[in-house]
Ligand binder design. Structure first.
Ligand code: F6R
Length: 241
């Protein structure tokens, strides 16, 4: 595991974008595993900047996203498909048909999970998987549990997550109750993993995930067993390492 500590969020994003850009230069038709959330926004900004400066070509890149809410359409501004369109896909020359996010509107969610896992497997799993980490150590929507979930699956969101999300919705009935997420097994099959951690509030979980025991109670801790992981942190998140 390589650990890079940057001075601040900006520095972390510069490092993260450089590593992803290097992956695309190395293999122009690479498969990128992508994440949503606040952490990668600055990384996506810099990748878009490199494309606009003519330094990067996404025309052959394929992408698979980690997760999506059940019941939200791509047009819903809380959906992860919407997030990806806004923050990255619409700003670079990636082909729409090469971008994949689980279909939260699928009539049969179990079948959608199987289709998505087969799609990732058909791609040979990501060449590089970008991850953020939740305050409880989750990666994707893989929450602390008694065992590591293996393949893409449906997750029932906890009451606290539903309550936290409700601020983004006018109508409480619209707040998603479930999500589809790649499993820990799907994530661990990526050839390389790039875990980005930012902020003072992540310092405890950063230490638990990177230095503590490998346990499904801290899902990100399994990354200690992956042969090619780079962790980029800002100084605030690295304070307890
Ligand atoms: C997002 C995802 C989540 C986030 C995590 C951290 O697709 O899978 O695991 O990476 O919740 O979110 P932020 O970056 O908002 O702190």
């Amino acid at each position: 595991m390589r650990i890079i500590v940057a001075k601040d969020y900006e520095g972390m994003c510069v490092n993260g974008a450089n590593l992803i850009a290097a992956q695309i230069l190395l293999k122009p038709d690479c498969v990128l595993g992508l994440a949503t959330g606040s952490t990668p926004c600055g990384i996506y900004d810099r990748l878009a900047g490199k494309y606009q400066a003519g330094e990067l070509d996404f025309s052959a890149v394929r992408s698979v996203n980690l997760d999506e809410y059940v019941g939200l359409s791509p047009e819903n501004d809380q959906s992860y498909r919407y997030f990806m369109q806004k923050n990255l896909f619409s700003r670079v020359n990636i082909r729409p048909e090469n971008t994949h996010v689980p279909d939260g509107l699928a009539a049969d969610i179990e079948a959608e999970c199987q289709r998505y896992e087969a799609l990732i497997a058909g791609y040979g799993y990501p060449d590089l998987q970008l991850l953020g980490i939740g305050l409880n150590g989750h990666i994707g929507f893989n929450e602390p549990e008694d065992q590591f979930p293996v393949a893409t699956h449906r997750v029932a969101l906890t009451e606290s997550t539903i309550a936290a999300n409700s601020r983004f919705f006018e109508n409480p009935a619209e707040v998603p109750r479930a999500a589809i997420t790649m499993g820990i097994g799907s994530i661990m099959r990526a050839k390389r993993v790039l875990l980005a951690i930012s902020g003072e509030n992540k310092k405890e979980i950063a230490r638990a995930a990177l230095c503590g025991p490998v346990t499904p109670q801290v899902p990100a801790s399994i990354l200690q067993l992956h042969p090619d992981v780079t962790v980029i942190l800002d100084a605030a998140a690295a304070a307890l390492l």
